[in-house]
Design a protein around this ligand. Structure first.
Ligand code: MF3
Ligand code: CO
Length: 251
Protein backbone atom coordinates (compact mmCIF):
# COMPACT_ATOMS: atom_id res chain seq x y z
CA UNK A 1 0.00 0.00 0.00
CA UNK A 2 1.22 3.48 -0.78
CA UNK A 3 0.64 5.69 2.21
CA UNK A 4 0.78 9.44 2.67
CA UNK A 5 2.22 10.44 6.00
CA UNK A 6 0.71 12.77 8.54
CA UNK A 7 2.59 15.72 9.91
CA UNK A 8 3.09 13.78 13.14
CA UNK A 9 4.62 10.81 11.33
CA UNK A 10 6.95 13.11 9.41
CA UNK A 11 8.04 14.81 12.62
CA UNK A 12 8.88 11.38 14.07
CA UNK A 13 10.86 10.42 10.98
CA UNK A 14 12.73 13.73 11.12
CA UNK A 15 13.74 13.02 14.72
CA UNK A 16 15.08 9.60 13.68
CA UNK A 17 16.83 11.22 10.72
CA UNK A 18 18.54 13.76 12.99
CA UNK A 19 20.19 10.87 14.85
CA UNK A 20 21.12 9.17 11.59
CA UNK A 21 22.69 12.35 10.21
CA UNK A 22 24.70 12.86 13.41
CA UNK A 23 25.86 9.25 13.19
CA UNK A 24 27.01 9.67 9.58
CA UNK A 25 28.91 12.80 10.56
CA UNK A 26 30.77 10.86 13.25
CA UNK A 27 31.49 8.00 10.87
CA UNK A 28 32.87 10.48 8.34
CA UNK A 29 35.49 11.43 10.95
CA UNK A 30 36.31 7.80 11.81
CA UNK A 31 36.89 6.51 8.30
CA UNK A 32 40.64 6.06 7.85
CA UNK A 33 42.96 3.33 6.64
CA UNK A 34 43.24 0.74 9.43
CA UNK A 35 39.73 0.96 10.89
CA UNK A 36 37.46 -2.06 10.37
CA UNK A 37 33.85 -1.94 9.26
CA UNK A 38 32.98 -4.02 12.33
CA UNK A 39 34.32 -1.18 14.51
CA UNK A 40 32.22 1.31 12.56
CA UNK A 41 29.20 -0.95 12.97
CA UNK A 42 29.70 -1.21 16.73
CA UNK A 43 30.00 2.56 16.92
CA UNK A 44 26.79 3.08 14.93
CA UNK A 45 24.81 0.63 17.04
CA UNK A 46 25.99 2.22 20.26
CA UNK A 47 25.37 5.73 18.91
CA UNK A 48 21.77 4.86 18.06
CA UNK A 49 21.07 3.12 21.36
CA UNK A 50 22.62 5.90 23.42
CA UNK A 51 20.26 8.29 21.64
CA UNK A 52 17.26 6.14 22.55
CA UNK A 53 16.94 4.66 19.07
CA UNK A 54 17.01 1.11 17.70
CA UNK A 55 19.16 -0.12 14.80
CA UNK A 56 16.31 -1.20 12.53
CA UNK A 57 18.43 -3.37 10.27
CA UNK A 58 19.27 -5.87 13.03
CA UNK A 59 16.85 -8.74 12.64
CA UNK A 60 15.44 -7.46 9.36
CA UNK A 61 14.96 -10.66 7.33
CA UNK A 62 17.62 -12.15 9.58
CA UNK A 63 20.24 -9.46 8.88
CA UNK A 64 22.60 -9.29 11.86
CA UNK A 65 24.20 -5.85 11.79
CA UNK A 66 23.25 -2.24 12.42
CA UNK A 67 24.94 -1.18 9.20
CA UNK A 68 25.70 -2.46 5.73
CA UNK A 69 29.30 -1.78 4.77
CA UNK A 70 29.99 -2.28 1.08
CA UNK A 71 33.58 -1.93 -0.10
CA UNK A 72 34.77 -1.19 -3.67
CA UNK A 73 33.04 -3.73 -5.97
CA UNK A 74 30.38 -4.53 -3.39
CA UNK A 75 27.17 -2.80 -4.47
CA UNK A 76 25.13 -3.13 -1.28
CA UNK A 77 24.44 -5.25 1.81
CA UNK A 78 28.10 -5.88 2.56
CA UNK A 79 28.60 -7.38 6.02
CA UNK A 80 30.64 -5.34 8.50
CA UNK A 81 33.79 -7.35 9.14
CA UNK A 82 37.02 -7.58 11.02
CA UNK A 83 39.25 -6.49 8.18
CA UNK A 84 41.06 -3.18 7.98
CA UNK A 85 39.98 -0.63 5.40
CA UNK A 86 42.87 0.18 3.08
CA UNK A 87 44.12 3.46 1.68
CA UNK A 88 42.26 4.02 -1.60
CA UNK A 89 39.15 1.98 -0.76
CA UNK A 90 35.66 3.39 -1.10
CA UNK A 91 33.09 2.17 1.41
CA UNK A 92 29.34 2.71 1.55
CA UNK A 93 27.78 2.75 5.00
CA UNK A 94 24.00 2.25 4.97
CA UNK A 95 21.81 2.20 8.07
CA UNK A 96 18.26 2.63 9.31
CA UNK A 97 17.37 4.29 12.59
CA UNK A 98 14.12 3.59 14.44
CA UNK A 99 13.20 6.23 16.99
CA UNK A 100 9.84 5.55 18.66
CA UNK A 101 8.59 3.94 15.44
CA UNK A 102 9.81 6.74 13.16
CA UNK A 103 12.27 5.40 10.58
CA UNK A 104 15.18 7.04 8.80
CA UNK A 105 17.30 5.42 6.07
CA UNK A 106 20.42 6.88 4.52
CA UNK A 107 23.56 5.52 2.86
CA UNK A 108 26.77 7.37 2.13
CA UNK A 109 29.98 6.46 0.30
CA UNK A 110 33.21 7.46 2.00
CA UNK A 111 36.72 7.70 0.61
CA UNK A 112 39.35 5.89 2.70
CA UNK A 113 42.56 7.92 2.62
CA UNK A 114 43.63 8.80 -0.90
CA UNK A 115 41.24 7.50 -3.54
CA UNK A 116 42.28 7.65 -7.20
CA UNK A 117 40.73 10.19 -9.51
CA UNK A 118 38.41 7.67 -11.18
CA UNK A 119 37.05 6.64 -7.78
CA UNK A 120 36.51 10.22 -6.69
CA UNK A 121 34.75 10.93 -9.97
CA UNK A 122 32.49 7.90 -9.46
CA UNK A 123 31.58 9.22 -6.01
CA UNK A 124 30.95 12.73 -7.30
CA UNK A 125 28.78 11.57 -10.19
CA UNK A 126 26.79 9.28 -7.87
CA UNK A 127 26.12 12.13 -5.45
CA UNK A 128 25.00 14.30 -8.35
CA UNK A 129 22.70 11.45 -9.47
CA UNK A 130 21.05 11.55 -6.06
CA UNK A 131 20.63 15.33 -6.26
CA UNK A 132 19.17 15.15 -9.78
CA UNK A 133 16.76 12.41 -8.69
CA UNK A 134 15.63 14.45 -5.70
CA UNK A 135 15.05 17.45 -7.95
CA UNK A 136 12.42 15.40 -9.80
CA UNK A 137 10.59 14.36 -6.63
CA UNK A 138 7.84 16.92 -7.10
CA UNK A 139 4.09 16.72 -6.64
CA UNK A 140 2.60 15.82 -10.03
CA UNK A 141 5.79 14.28 -11.44
CA UNK A 142 5.99 10.53 -11.91
CA UNK A 143 8.35 7.91 -10.49
CA UNK A 144 9.91 7.47 -13.94
CA UNK A 145 11.04 11.10 -13.96
CA UNK A 146 13.34 10.36 -11.02
CA UNK A 147 14.97 7.33 -12.62
CA UNK A 148 15.22 8.97 -16.00
CA UNK A 149 17.13 11.97 -14.63
CA UNK A 150 19.55 9.68 -12.80
CA UNK A 151 20.10 7.27 -15.66
CA UNK A 152 20.60 9.98 -18.27
CA UNK A 153 23.27 11.71 -16.23
CA UNK A 154 25.05 8.56 -15.02
CA UNK A 155 25.26 6.99 -18.46
CA UNK A 156 26.30 10.30 -19.99
CA UNK A 157 29.27 10.26 -17.62
CA UNK A 158 30.16 6.74 -18.75
CA UNK A 159 28.81 4.87 -15.72
CA UNK A 160 25.97 2.40 -15.31
CA UNK A 161 22.94 2.24 -13.01
CA UNK A 162 22.29 -0.83 -10.87
CA UNK A 163 18.96 -2.42 -11.83
CA UNK A 164 18.48 -5.02 -9.12
CA UNK A 165 18.02 -2.65 -6.18
CA UNK A 166 15.80 0.41 -5.97
CA UNK A 167 14.69 3.14 -3.67
CA UNK A 168 11.44 2.57 -1.82
CA UNK A 169 8.61 3.96 0.22
CA UNK A 170 9.38 3.94 3.94
CA UNK A 171 7.22 3.91 7.08
CA UNK A 172 5.70 2.20 8.97
CA UNK A 173 8.19 -0.48 7.84
CA UNK A 174 11.59 -0.13 6.19
CA UNK A 175 10.51 -1.18 2.72
CA UNK A 176 7.12 -0.04 1.51
CA UNK A 177 5.66 0.57 -1.89
CA UNK A 178 6.41 2.14 -4.25
CA UNK A 179 9.64 0.88 -5.75
CA UNK A 180 11.75 3.80 -6.89
CA UNK A 181 14.02 2.62 -9.74
CA UNK A 182 17.08 4.69 -10.58
CA UNK A 183 16.51 4.18 -14.31
CA UNK A 184 13.45 4.56 -16.47
CA UNK A 185 11.36 6.69 -18.74
CA UNK A 186 10.06 10.20 -18.17
CA UNK A 187 6.35 10.63 -17.52
CA UNK A 188 5.91 6.93 -16.69
CA UNK A 189 4.85 5.22 -13.51
CA UNK A 190 3.13 6.33 -10.35
CA UNK A 191 2.30 9.99 -9.91
CA UNK A 192 3.90 11.55 -6.84
CA UNK A 193 1.59 13.01 -4.22
CA UNK A 194 2.03 15.26 -1.25
CA UNK A 195 2.94 13.36 1.94
CA UNK A 196 4.62 10.38 0.29
CA UNK A 197 7.94 9.49 1.91
CA UNK A 198 10.46 7.67 -0.27
CA UNK A 199 14.14 6.95 -0.49
CA UNK A 200 16.25 7.70 -3.53
CA UNK A 201 19.48 5.71 -3.38
CA UNK A 202 21.26 5.33 -6.70
CA UNK A 203 23.95 2.67 -6.90
CA UNK A 204 26.25 3.63 -9.76
CA UNK A 205 28.93 1.37 -11.22
CA UNK A 206 32.22 2.04 -13.00
CA UNK A 207 31.63 -0.82 -15.43
CA UNK A 208 28.56 -2.88 -16.14
CA UNK A 209 25.40 -2.60 -14.02
CA UNK A 210 25.12 -6.35 -13.62
CA UNK A 211 25.42 -7.74 -10.12
CA UNK A 212 25.96 -11.13 -8.59
CA UNK A 213 25.09 -12.36 -5.13
CA UNK A 214 27.75 -13.57 -2.71
CA UNK A 215 27.39 -16.95 -1.05
CA UNK A 216 26.15 -15.20 2.09
CA UNK A 217 22.90 -14.52 0.14
CA UNK A 218 23.05 -10.84 1.06
CA UNK A 219 25.96 -9.04 -0.49
CA UNK A 220 25.61 -7.92 -4.10
CA UNK A 221 28.77 -7.12 -6.05
CA UNK A 222 29.55 -6.13 -9.61
CA UNK A 223 30.16 -9.03 -11.99
CA UNK A 224 33.15 -7.24 -13.57
CA UNK A 225 34.76 -6.18 -10.25
CA UNK A 226 34.26 -2.50 -11.09
CA UNK A 227 33.60 -0.26 -8.12
CA UNK A 228 30.14 0.87 -7.05
CA UNK A 229 29.13 3.97 -5.10
CA UNK A 230 25.85 4.92 -3.45
CA UNK A 231 24.22 7.91 -1.80
CA UNK A 232 20.77 7.65 -0.26
CA UNK A 233 18.41 10.24 1.12
CA UNK A 234 14.94 9.91 2.55
CA UNK A 235 12.61 12.61 1.33
CA UNK A 236 9.06 13.83 1.75
CA UNK A 237 7.09 14.97 -1.29
CA UNK A 238 5.64 18.34 -0.35
CA UNK A 239 3.83 21.04 -2.27
CA UNK A 240 6.90 23.22 -1.72
CA UNK A 241 9.19 20.60 -3.28
CA UNK A 242 11.21 17.70 -1.90
CA UNK A 243 12.05 17.88 1.81
CA UNK A 244 15.27 15.97 2.56
CA UNK A 245 14.91 14.42 6.02
CA UNK A 246 18.46 12.99 6.04
CA UNK A 247 20.20 16.15 4.78
CA UNK A 248 23.76 16.39 6.14
CA UNK A 249 24.28 19.98 5.07
CA UNK A 250 21.74 21.82 7.16
CA UNK A 251 23.05 22.79 10.58
N1 MF3 B 1 19.11 0.28 4.29
C1 MF3 B 1 18.90 -0.53 3.11
C2 MF3 B 1 18.08 0.28 2.15
O1 MF3 B 1 18.49 1.34 1.83
C3 MF3 B 1 18.28 -1.85 3.43
C4 MF3 B 1 19.20 -2.75 4.10
S1 MF3 B 1 18.53 -4.30 4.20
C5 MF3 B 1 19.02 -4.82 5.72
O2 MF3 B 1 17.01 -0.03 1.71
F1 MF3 B 1 18.63 -6.01 5.84
F2 MF3 B 1 20.32 -4.72 5.80
F3 MF3 B 1 18.50 -4.10 6.62
CO1 CO C 1 16.85 2.45 1.53
Amino acid sequence: MITRKSEREITQMQAAADILVACHREIAKMIKPGITTLEIDAFAEEFMRKNGAIPEQIGYNGYEYATCASINDEICHGFPRDEKLKDGDIVTIDMVVNLNGGLADSAWTYAVGNVDEAGLNLMEVTKKCLDLGIEQAQVGNRIGDIGHAIQTYAEGEGFSVVRDFTGHGIGPTMHEEPHVPHFGLPNKGLRLKEGMVITIEPMINEGTWESQMDENSWTARTVDKGRSAQYEHQIVITKDGPLILTDQDKE
